[in-house]
Design a protein around this ligand. Sequence first.
Ligand code: ATP
Length: 249
Amino acid sequence: MVISGGNKGGQRPSAALFGGAFNPLHNGHIALAGEIEKRLSISEVIFLPTGQPPHKKSPEVSCAERSHMVDLAIAGRPGWRTMDIECRLPGPSLTARTLESLSIDPPPFFVMGEDAFADFMEWGGPGIILARSHLVIVNRPGSASPKARRTLLTILREAGSSLGEGDIPDLRELRGKGVVEWVAALPAFKTTVRLVTIDTVEVSSTGLRAAIASGEPQSWGHLLPEAVKSYIVEKGLYRKPDFRPALPT
Ligand code: ATP
């Protein structure tokens, strides 16, 4: 599949790929995509739901359903779309394999939170991802991990960057006061890695699933788009088998 188009003067990639389990999609994902769209002046945001993640337990909610929830959440937003390619490829989803099967010209931004980036070297084929996309790492509430710093240092070293240990303090410090974007070239891959600092929303799919399993929609509904909330309620997703809504007294 070939995706191209619209990049300003050939200087900037025009698509942002945003991969995730989206199990379920929540307001943190929407806020992240919105900020990236604003900051990087891209023309397209592509949500890429993970099929069967290699590094996480398989989600009980199918890829098709998670992808449908993304569709519901982003309906009516021009330039935002879902690509369900990983739902259709057999076997565990590997971002490297997905990027190889898509031919995106110019290379897209591949967007992720700092927590996901910390594990980047274990994703399988990190060199393929670095050669085929520009990495964008956003801050995530509560995740200032030393592992993310080590991952960044490894990437810079393998890419032949002149930046080293002394140039890369803790990622939070690197983002610095008022610094909204930090970019480093990756010469060996002809791409870049950048830290973008956004206004985040403190929510995770894990926390949300726990809240849905045991609570009423009033306690968790504000954490995700209305259409996704309605779908979850209608289908009874993420409920414990013995969950019964409280009866009005
Ligand atoms: P889980 O709790 O199951 O790990 P999650 O909330 O991290 O799920 P994912 O679908 O795994 O959601 O995340 C997709 C991407 O979005 C990851 O790169 C993750 O770092 C990023 N992300 C998720 N929630 C936030 C948030 N609140 N703020 C910033 N980034 C986020």
